[in-house]
Design a protein around this ligand. Structure first.
Ligand code: GLP
Length: 261
């Protein structure tokens, strides 16, 4: 894992956007894996700025989102399809036909899961996958103890995740309790992954993900086995790390081509 500690979430999101923009510039028909949640909102604003001011071109880009709530149609304000349209897609020159979010309203959800995997394979696999981190260590909606080799599947959300995301819905009882999510095995096949985690609420999950054992109890820890995993933190989320000074040392001593900023 490459751990990069930025002074705040703003800087972390700008760095994350630079990593994604680098991929798109080097490979104009890149396949991006995208994430939702509060964490990447600022990153998407930066990509929009790069598109408007620097001509970052998404016309040949394909995207696959990590997950979607079961039962929420695309026009539902809390659906992840709605989130992506609002925060990114409608502000850049991407062809909506090339943007994929699992269909949470599919009649046959298991067929949708298989189809989603097939679409990722047909697109040539994911070049860079963006991730956030749940307070319980989840990535996508892969809750603790889910298989580290899982493929796109239906997950039952944990009570903690329902509580954490209830604010967005206004009322926990209004939230779906199930989601379609890429599996951990699916995420691990991305050629590069970039995980963002900011703020004091993520301290424990960050510690377990980076310095705890590789274990299904913390799904994010699977990234320890990924050959190109970048974790971008702020001072607050990095506060519990034993080797924080080492990560800073490494960052200060990178060769020019190893940097993203
Ligand atoms: C959500 C999403 C994840 C996200 C995580 C953290 O439930 N399924 O993809 O990374 O929880 O969310 P936030 O960024 O709002 O803290």
């Amino acid at each position: 894992m490459e751990v990069i500690i930025q002074s705040n979430a703003e800087d972390g999101c700008v760095l994350g956007a630079k990593i994604i923009a680098k991929t798109v510039r080097e490979k104009p028909d890149a396949v991006l894996g995208l994430a939702t949640g509060r964490t990447p909102e600022r990153l998407y604003r930066e990509l929009v700025r790069m598109h408007r001011e620097e001509g970052l071109d998404f016309s040949r880009v394909t995207t696959f989102n990590l997950d979607e709530y079961v039962g929420l149609p695309p026009e539902h304000r809390q659906s992840y399809r709605y989130f992506m349209n609002e925060h990114l897609f409608r502000h850049i020159n991407i062809d909506l036909a090339n943007t994929h979010v699992p269909a949470g309203t599919a009649q046959d959800l298991q067929a949708e899961c298989r189809d989603y995997e097939e679409r990722i394979t047909a697109a040539g696999g994911i070049d860079v996958q963006l991730l956030g981190l749940g307070r319980n260590g989840h990535i996508g909606f892969n809750e603790p103890t889910g298989s580290l080799r899982s493929r796109t599947w239906i997950k039952i959300l944990s009570e903690q995740t329902l509580n954490d995301n209830a604010a967005v819905f206004g009322d926990r009882d209004a939230m779906p309790r199930h989601a379609v999510t890429m599996g951990i095995g699916t995420i691990m096949e991305a050629r590069q992954v970039v995980l963002l985690a900011f703020g004091p609420a993520k301290v424990r999950a960050v510690m377990e993900m980076i310095e705890g054992p590789l274990s299904a109890i913390c799904p994010g820890s699977a990234l320890q086995a990924h050959p190109r995993a970048i974790v971008v933190l702020d001072e607050a989320s990095a506060a519990g790390l034993r080797y924080a000074s080492h990560y800073r040392w490494v960052d200060q001593n990178k060769l020019a081509w190893q940097r993203y900023d």
